[in-house]
Write a protein that binds this ligand. Structure first.
Ligand code: BGC
Length: 383
């Protein structure tokens, strides 16, 4: 149960990003090296870490034809961001609306949705983490309606702030630090069982952007989570990305269990000072007025993709970009240039992608006007 410590001298990706508290609540949970706090029963009938053994060790295996096919189907996708990943749906000004679902498949634009969900805020605070029935039903209904439109859906777990040692958001449910990683495993047991009979067009992503306090434990926690998913979903495609907010530069540290139905993901917001200029949730706030894309910025776009492509080829796994985008405060023309360059760089390497995001601060769709922001739509989905 105790994982070896990482080499503290190993290189870090530049700056990514927001507020990590040095003494965050999550650090008590995942302190030192190896997952702790789960070895002792937390109460009668409560799950403990030993109830979630990791995947058996074995030599790496290349991806199955099914995993390759489902990744190819992702094509050009969209993140339904700031909806079910807010502390409560609606807290960040957006809900998953019928009109958003109706966009999927419309005009051949996109048939792929990544659905970020803050499960941790809708589950019991103990190690069993029973997911609230109403919320579970809500997520299932959204998944059902997306699948009914012919979508491929990546259903994830997003913003379990305590696990990363981040500052909680207003409205976040705080739990005993000792049960935080166990709750992730218990939630995945429930999610996996609930969707076990679903078609392969539903894909699971265990955790968005592992970072901070979770980094030294990510390989182990992922292996345990995959094992629990595999009990009910022996062959469903499961997405996994590296630490440090899914930074491609951290791919070499990602040690994966032998499983032919894994898909690699990376997130790619470089050049960060351009894409996150003026973003309120980044500290320190990046100044606005940054242009794109000079030679250094173009290199910052290309190099991480080259790394990701190499790593995926070495492992024999497919890879896609689960998030990229530029916040709405970037100068308009530069933003379009950036999107076009990024899209071309990903597609030249045969990498499917999901734009961050549909209808909030990065949004390709204007929810007030009820239509796409045409220049953005064109840069992303146009010919
Ligand atoms: C986060 C969002 C954020 C985006 C860009 C995502 O992973 O979930 O909250 O807006 O990255 O920074």
């Amino acid at each position: 149960m105790v994982a070896p410590c990482p080499d503290p001298r190993a290189p870090q990706a530049p700056h990514r990003r927001r507020l990590i508290t040095a003494a965050g609540a999550g650090l008590a949970t995942i302190a030192g090296c190896g997952l702790v706090g789960g070895g002792q029963p937390t109460g009668r009938g409560s799950p403990v870490m030993d109830d979630f053994p990791p995947m058996p060790p074995g030599p790496a295996v290349p991806a199955s034809a099914a995993a390759l096919a489902i990744t190819a189907r992702f094509g050009r996708g969209i993140n339904f961001g700031n909806m079910l990943d807010a502390p409560r749906e609606g807290d960040w000004g957006l809900r998953v609306e019928d009109r958003f679902i109706a966009l999927i498949g419309e005009g051949g634009l996109t048939r792929s949705v990544r659905l970020p969900v803050r499960w941790s805020n809708h589950a019991a605070a103990d190690a069993g983490a029973a997911i609230d029935a109403a919320f579970f039903g809500r997520v299932q209904d959204v998944v059902d309606r997306l699948l009914a439109r012919g979508a491929t859906v990546v259903l994830n777990m997003h913003h379990y702030r305590q696990l990363d040692g981040d500052k909680p958001d207003p409205g976040d449910r705080l739990v005993e630090p000792a049960v935080a990683p166990l709750r992730l495993l218990s939630m995945w047991r429930q999610i996996a069982e609930r969707f076990a009979a679903y078609p392969p067009q539903l894909v699971f992503e265990i955790y968005n952007e592992p970072h901070g306090a979770l980094e030294p434990h990510w390989n182990e926690l992922f292996s345990r989570a995959l094992a629990v998913v595999r009990r009910s979903n022996p062959t469903r495609a499961v997405v996994v990305g590296p630490t440090h907010w899914n930074a491609p530069i951290h791919l070499p540290r990602l040690v994966l269990p032998a499983d032919p139905n894994l898909i690699l993901t990376v997130h790619h917001y470089e050049p960060f000072d351009f894409t996150h200029q003026g973003a309120e949730w980044i500290e320190p706030r990046r100044p606005t007025g940054v242009d794109c894309c000079d030679a250094a910025q173009r290199e910052a776009i290309e190099a991480p993709l080259a790394l990701a492509a190499q790593d995926a080829a070495r492992r024999g796994l497919p890879v896609f970009v689960g998030e990229f985008g530029a916040y709405g405060q970037a100068p308009a023309e530069a933003r379009l240039r950036y999107l076009r360059l990024k899209r071309d760089a990903m597609e030249r390497r045969g990498m499917p992608w999901f734009y961050w995001e549909l209808a909030a601060g990065f949004g390709v769709y204007d929810p007030m006007a009820g239509r796409y922001r045409e220049p953005l739509r064109e840069a992303l989905f146009g010919p």
